[in-house]
Ligand binder design. Structure first.
Ligand code: NAP
Length: 522
């Protein structure tokens, strides 16, 4: 099967043999993807001239209705998507659900908050401001959807959510979407787009997808387009420095890698609820999606005298995780997505092991259940321990995109915050403490270098949404090496797909413009 590309309103196969998409457990070929001979320039132009005007003519509430229709289409095909995720990503149902149900939840959320924006088709930004002594002359800021295409380039680990968490605010804003999923897992994205297109849920030109390499896609961006990228820092820097992106000042949002931390409060000893909550969260983060989450906990910061207890408690839980073929119902953790990701993770672990000791790695007898380790892409859950946080480099720098984390000791709260910052800007930190003052202080300290901070005490232990879960209500993205991007955050996400402008003029003209606008309220 060759995955068809949907561009310029038509399904088109790329030329040549393409790239194989594989089952990461069995090693068998599932499909092929090729973008050879795809006319990227024409595809973008079609979106700009066909999809854009129709979307922009709709109100926010009408566009929200489109999102609702997409969510309905996806919900009715959910079982097919679970099967594809199992075959192509090796995902147990729980892992696949995070991606697929997370996508549907995000679409429904934007459908709901978009409907509340009502009948306008552009946004009012703040109130009228006086510019002169005479009140007759004032200014108003408005934001309008960009007249280009939202080019959404995604990583392999979230083929469903990765598309729709970006496409929801883009479509709600009135921008057509051009989806470029990672080739290794493009099948799920492609199937979702196919279902949405077949159902006629969107106007012609509002949604395109290509499966395979990006080709000369970026050569054709304009000032009116946006590029929203999720993936590695290396690819991000190629995209940012692309000649056409620079020439046209094309807006780029980057979600890259991250050395996220979980921090155990200084008072939280073994046996306290907060200690147990941290241990539970770390084990979940290490094993869900086999640790292939940009938000996963990579560093566990604990008071020096608690590190052994933390390591022991995590090791005991990891030892019970059944790793293997997700077709076996006893399996909790599946493989990495490909042999090349397995190789990259093992190389990263080798770098980490040069400055850490191994607490748990499944041992020499580790063998995935119901799978041939020579064909499959498994990495055992691996817990490491670092002796001196400030002398370590790789621990704060090497992102092993798999089921791995390192226990890191700290001496004093200021040092704990400084160690968290050695991640050079991260997506998320979580703090576990019963000390209300420490929880407040840590949250504010860490917020400057982290896109999100989760503060946990026993009172919210069973109700919080999790360290790694990205909720559409909250901003996703982080400074520095995390890419400097901002996604989601409710209606805040619309800003990326709009251009702000100041209009100066007679007050009655501005009042008329304001009256037609939708108003952002967070
Ligand atoms: P990647 O190799 O950088 O690929 C990401 C995407 O970029 C893929 O669709 C890839 O296409 C495409 N691409 C590669 N070269 C390109 C170019 N020159 N121009 C345009 N597009 C290009 O990343 P990955 O291996 O898929 O993902 C793993 C990384 O993503 C990890 O570092 C992880 O931390 C990060 N990540 C971050 C977040 C976040 O929200 N911050 C979320 C998930 C993952 P091909 O597949 O065809 O090469």
């Amino acid at each position: 099967m060759k995955l068809s590309n949907y561009v310029a309103g038509r399904w088109t196969e790329g030329r040549g043999t393409g790239v194989a998409l594989l089952d990461p457990v069995l090693g068998t070929e599932l499909a092929r993807a090729s973008t050879e001979s795809i006319d990227f320039a024409g595809a973008l132009e079609y979106g700009r001239h066909k999809g854009g005007p129709v979307l922009r003519a709709l109100s926010y509430a009408e566009r929200a209705g489109l999102l609702k229709s997409i969510a309905e289409v996806l919900s009715s095909n959910r079982k097919t998507y679970l099967d594809i995720a199992l075959a192509n990503s090796g995902s147990p149902e729980g892992d696949a659900s995070i991606d697929i149900d997370g996508a549907i939840f995000t679409l429904k959320y934007y459908a709901r908050i978009g409907a509340a924006l009502g009948g306008g088709s552009y946004l009012k930004d703040g109130e009228l401001v006086r510019l002169a002594k005479d009140e007759a002359f004032q200014a108003l800021h408005i934001s309008q959807p960009l007249r280009g295409v939202a080019i959404l380039i995604n990583a392999f680990n979230f083929p469903a959510w990765g598309l729709w968490e970006k496409a929801s605010p883009a479509l709600l804003s009135g921008m057509p979407v051009f989806a470029k999923p990672a080739t290794a897992t493009a099948w799920l994205t492609q199937r979702m787009v196919e279902d949405v297109v077949k159902a006629g849920a969107l106007p012609d030109g509002a949604l395109s997808v290509v499966c395979g390499g990006a080709g000369d896609l970026l050569d054709h961006v304009t000032a009116a387009d946006v590029v929203s990228f999720t993936g590695s820092a290396a690819t991000a820097s190629r995209i940012r420095s692309h000649a056409a992106v620079l020439r046209h000042s094309t807006r780029v949002n980057v979600e890259a890698d991250s050395l996220n931390a979980a921090l155990l409060g200084p008072e939280a000893k073994a046996g306290t609820p907060e200690f147990d909550l941290l241990v539970r969260e770390v084990v979940r983060e290490m094993t869900v999606k086999a640790g292939q989450k940009c938000t996963a906990i990579r560093r566990i910061l604990a008071p020096a005298d608690q590190c052994d207890a933390v390591a022991d408690a995590i090791r005991a839980k990891l030892a019970k995780i059944v790793v293997g073929n997700p077709r076996n119902k006893d399996v909790r953790m599946g493989p990495l997505v490909s042999k090349s990701q397995q190789q990259a993770a093992l190389e990263g672990l080798a770098a980490l092991k040069r400055e850490t000791s191994v607490v748990f790695d499944g041992g020499p007898d580790f063998r995935p259940l119901d799978a041939d380790p020579t064909l499959a892409a498994f990495v055992p859950p691996t817990l490491l321990s670092c002796g001196d946080a400030l002398a370590a480099h790789a621990v704060h720098d090497v992102e092993v995109f798999g089921p791995a984390a390192t226990v890191v000791p700290y001496a004093g709260t200021e040092q704990a915050f400084a160690i968290a910052r050695l991640g050079q800007g991260s997506l998320v930190a979580s703090v576990f403490s019963a000390d209300a003052q420490f929880l407040r202080q840590a949250a504010v300290e860490l917020a400057e270098s982290h896109g999100r901070v989760l503060a946990v005490n026993a009172a919210i232990g069973s109700i919080h949404t999790g360290h790694g879960n990205v909720m559409p209500q909250c901003m996703h993205g982080g400074p520095g090496r995390a890419g400097g991007g901002e996604e989601l955050g409710g209606l805040r996400a619309l800003a990326f797909y709009h251009r702000r402008s100041a209009i100066q003029g007679p007050v009655e003209c501005l009042d008329g413009i304001a009256a037609q606008a939708a108003e952002l309220r967070y």
